[in-house]
Design a protein around this ligand. Structure first.
Ligand code: ZN
Length: 302
């Protein structure tokens, strides 16, 4: 019954917002009026902020630290979305909620994955589906910048030069971390090139830089470890003498601690993938997230 009441409230809001959305696309901020760009998750919002800078207001539907795949949008998310002129999502099935969410809004939509080459998941229930976490590789992060610069420029042609200039400065910074990843892994003993994580979220990173990926479950939305997957991970960590295993910030470390205890490997800490940290955390921006991940991987594998 409670759910039904919630649904009715949600639907009423959708109807009200559909009527209102045409008239409130701009947010007044003291003396200036800025348009709102809405991202599905914090990593994307930060990339967009580096391209749009102070000329736009950029917001994320999901907040720092929140699990994104299976997120349930709230009525206040719809209110936020109604003031935006564009909704930008990752795609490749990352935001399981995005399709329904956007169908209730009159906003433009940019889905980054439509312009990317996927790596497909090879195991379990998700076999054959694209792995959504392309941004985890700095090389692909640079492509995200190009895609967002082009797509936003089509929607707001008068801002093209601004988007391109900001995008170039940001890509130069991403190129530096791209080179640092390459340098570290090229110098890493081949026997140590295993990245063991909770979620199979590192395929683009491991593929682009020459690591082998091992994980407990393919996608966080189904973060149930199976005995088979646990046994396979333990056996590989033992056999290959993997020095450290990792987990991610939006899920529990518990299962990976079992792997560490059973094998004698170190627990290398929490990598960030699906969500940034808040401002006081180690991954408050996409750049900081990449730097934090590189530092943990360096410490754990070297
Ligand atoms: Zn994920």
């Amino acid at each position: 019954m409670l759910n039904m009441k919630k649904n009715i409230l949600f639907l009423s809001l959708i109807i009200l917002l559909s009527i209102a959305s045409g008239s409130c696309k701009r947010i007044s901020n003291k003396n200036e009026t800025k348009e709102v760009i809405l991202a599905s998750f914090t990593v994307l919002a930060d990339i967009i902020s580096n391209i749009a800078k102070d000329d736009f207001i950029v917001r994320s539907i999901t907040k720092p630290g929140v699990e994104v795949h299976g997120y349930q949008p709230t009525p206040s998310d719809l209110v936020n979305a109604s003031s935006a002129f564009v909704f930008i999502d990752n795609g490749f099935g990352f935001e399981l909620w995005a399709e329904k969410f956007v169908s209730n809004l009159k906003v433009k939509r940019i889905t980054v994955a439509e312009y990317l080459d996927p790596i497909f998941i090879s195991e379990d229930f998700y076999k054959g589906k694209p792995n959504p976490h392309a941004w985890i590789s700095p090389k692909r992060g640079i492509l995200y910048v190009d895609i967002i610069v082009d797509s936003l420029s089509e929607l707001r042609p008068s801002k093209r030069t601004l988007f391109e200039e900001n995008g170039k400065i940001y890509k130069d910074k991403l190129s530096k971390i791209d080179k640092e990843f390459s340098l570290f892994i090229n110098n890493l003993n081949k026997d140590r090139r295993y990245l063991v994580s909770c979620e199979g979220a590192f395929s683009y990173l491991t593929n682009d830089y020459g690591l082998k990926e091992v994980y407990l479950w393919p996608v966080n939305a189904e973060s149930q470890i199976t005995p088979k997957s646990m046994a396979r991970t333990i056996s590989l960590v033992k056999e290959k003498n993997v020095p450290s295993v990792f987990c991610e910030s939006t899920v529990s470390n518990e299962s990976q601690m079992v792997v560490a205890n059973e094998t004698g490997a170190n627990f290398g800490g929490s990598l960030f993938v699906d969500s940034l940290s808040d401002d006081s955390g180690p991954a408050s921006s996409y750049m900081k997230m990449l730097e934090h991940n590189l530092e943990l991987i360096k410490k754990g594998l070297f």
